[in-house]
Design a protein around this ligand. Sequence first.
Ligand code: NAD
Length: 353
Amino acid sequence: MSRRFVAQRGATRVVFAAGAWEQVGTEAARLGVSRVLIVATPGRRAAAEAVAAALGARAAGIAAIAVEHVPVEVAARARRAADDARADAVLAIGGGSAIGLGKAVALEGRARLIALPTTYSGSEMTSIWGLTDGGVKRTGRDDRVRAQLVLYDPRATVGLPVGTSADSLWNAAAHAVEALWFPDVDPISELVAEEALRLIARALPAVVARPDDVAARTDALEGAFLAGATLADAGTGLHHKLCHVLGGMLGLPHAATHAALLPHVVRFHRAAAPRAMTRIARALGAADAADRLTALAARSPRRDLASLLGATPAATIIERVIDAVLAAPPPGPRPLDRDGLRGLLTAALAPGG
Ligand code: NAD
């Protein structure tokens, strides 16, 4: 029996099932929306057209213009498209880039957000929006960007390339890990984060070995759902801060940066966050959380930080990143100082790190 469930989490109705996409027409009708603008990345136009066909008369246009980190110019184009279409809903099909663009539309208009996630970013479960202006990304939380409807369809993720899938699962794992060491994390978030990590750790090698295995994709997507819920309910710390600084400063790809850094940040926090380490290790079925994540990373088709940086000289980057982190230090289990952060980044930048 394949995994299926329907849940109402706050304002968000969640439908999880192989074939959930086939319900998009009836679910849109249930939500009471009649003019749906579909947003996607340019490469996913065909999938957006298939969803438009399934929506029938409710489809009011397609804007396949999403790119990573939601540049303000792209957000403005999508808002114009929503106005022109007199949209009362914006449906994002794809990963965090498409969902981020849908959120930018929902933030400043009357359209409600629907998400059909096809990566493991978890953005569909959060009220966090982001906009990039002149290389600087601003983020905030706002209930207007909460998805009203999320359709999780593991079959729709089968085509996600193996490398993108693995990076995206590391992104999901990072949400759960950082929830576990977030100050005053509540016990429900801890339980959800631990289960998210258990599913993600099981899914990662299976998806890499058999990307078209719907059972592996089901574990991965359920793990991403739970990880997104922890990101929504708890918060983020040093790991997400480093990823955002590196992404904003150097344009590094978001999920791949998470994959490159997570084992190093866990090692950095190992002594300061024993309760989180116990839960991470238990979820991974290991004696030591950092060692197991390092071993998982070695078997994962991820790139290390040095190869993501390419020709950029590491020494200058390290000090600029440390400056940015110390200018607005994130919450976390241990105090941050220049020497400690230099050690973390130097380890991450070692070949194969
Ligand atoms: P992405 O959305 O850019 O997708 C990665 C690539 O995969 C894209 O080229 C996309 O077209 C392609 N793709 C997606 N689904 C596919 C499929 N089924 N088949 C084939 N190709 C497919 O990447 P992402 O990592 O999901 O999202 C990154 C963005 O999301 C960043 O801007 C990040 O800041 C944001 N994000 C936001 C939140 C939040 O809560 N607001 C959470 C996580 C990530």
